[in-house]
Design a protein around this ligand. Structure first.
Ligand code: ADP
Ligand code: ZN
Length: 311
């Protein structure tokens, strides 16, 4: 089926700093996009709704809305709190009912999932994860998050994956760092060591200003190597995609591959953590577009589900 024959979807990528909205059918057919600063829930959702209404006037009625959001989220359709952003540390956003807001405004099916589940879905459909199932997408940016796809389905159940808070040993040769995990919840978790703000706090310099040969990158790779090892051992992924602002450092992925192999210490005798490591741990194929495109895919899935329910 060509992109032209598939339904028009409105997509909302909800981030802690900005919201990116779009309208289109897929990666080759995004008809418009728009950026909105994330302020209070009322102001932000209202501005998003206004843009969607305008997009509808200009580009036609959309068949569904897909939302990939920062979390944590309630994704259990049987729960009373389905569709809410729940315990987020982001001020004013706790218990924000995103799905009901857009459902009441637009009366179309709504697909709702984490921003990183949206990203893993887009990479699976159109990016660097095609044919790779199980597939993991991790973003290292303002925070650290991960989306997981298994058997063609995004993983969630009682909760959703929170890969950023996997507990890892402090980076090798760095006793001082042990006291410097920046996560308010955990003493030694991935996000607390390697998210952009944690790097800046530890080294006193913005992550993007650190030179390529700075020892920070070795430490970050060490932590990420442990996280990836734990993921290999629990989820048996066929590929792991690493995106987000911090991963824009080109030296980081090769360092992380090396630390993954080092930490596994010969335990897994598979080519993915041997001669094929370069195609096992990779950069996103869709660059920074995976969140928005994934939200289109979430909307499409919600639309298909209602079609199937009626047929
Ligand atoms: P967000 O996580 O807010 O969606 P990003 O993925 O762009 O946004 O992550 C922003 C973080 O990434 C910031 O902490 C910033 O310092 C860091 N960052 C952005 N670009 C780079 C870079 N080239 N190298 C290292 N860190 C970077
Ligand atoms: Zn944590």
């Amino acid at each position: 089926m060509s992109d032209q024959q598939v339904p028009l979807i409105a997509a909302i990528e909800m981030g802690g700093t900005k919201i990116v909205c779009g309208i289109g059918t897929g990666p080759h057919d995004i008809r418009a996009t728009h950026r909105i600063d994330t302020t209070t829930p009322e102001e932000t959702l209202e501005a998003t709704s206004r843009w969607l209404s305008r997009a509808k006037t200009e580009h036609g009625q959309f068949a569904a809305i897909g939302i990939g959001s920062f979390g944590p989220l309630d994704l259990n359709p049987k729960s009373e709190g389905y569709g809410l952003i729940t315990t987020t540390p982001k001020p004013n956003w706790q218990q924000t009912d995103v799905v009901t807001f857009f459902k009441n405004r637009f009366r179309v099916p709504i697909g709702f999932d984490t921003d990183v589940n949206a990203a893993v879905l887009a990479e699976y459909l159109w990016g660097a994860g095609q044919g790779m199932d199980p597939l993991i997408y991790i973003t290292v940016g303002t925070g650290v998050g991960g989306g997981v796809l298994v058997n063609g389905q995004l993983v969630h159940g009682a909760m959703h994956p929170e890969i950023g808070h996997l507990v890892v040993p402090p980076p090798t040769n760095s006793a001082a760092v042990q006291r410097e995990c920046q996560c308010p919840y955990h003493k030694s978790c991935v996000e607390g060591y390697v998210c952009g703000p944690a790097i800046a706090k530890r080294w006193g310099v913005r992550a993007d200003m650190l030179p390529m040969d700075h020892p920070a990158w070795e430490e970050i790779a060490d932590v990420m190597g442990h996280a990836l090892m734990n993921l290999c051992l629990t989820l048996s992924p066929k590929r792991i995609i690493l995106g987000g602002g911090v991963m824009a450092q080109p030296q980081l992925i090769p360092l992380i591959r090396g630390r993954l192999i080092h930490h596994l210490n010969g335990y897994l005798l598979i080519p993915q953590v041997g001669r094929d490591i370069d195609s096992f741990v990779v950069s996103p194929g869709l660059g920074s577009r995976s969140g928005l495109l994934g939200s289109i895919a979430l909307g499409r899935m919600a639309f298909d589900q209602t079609q199937n329910a009626h047929s």
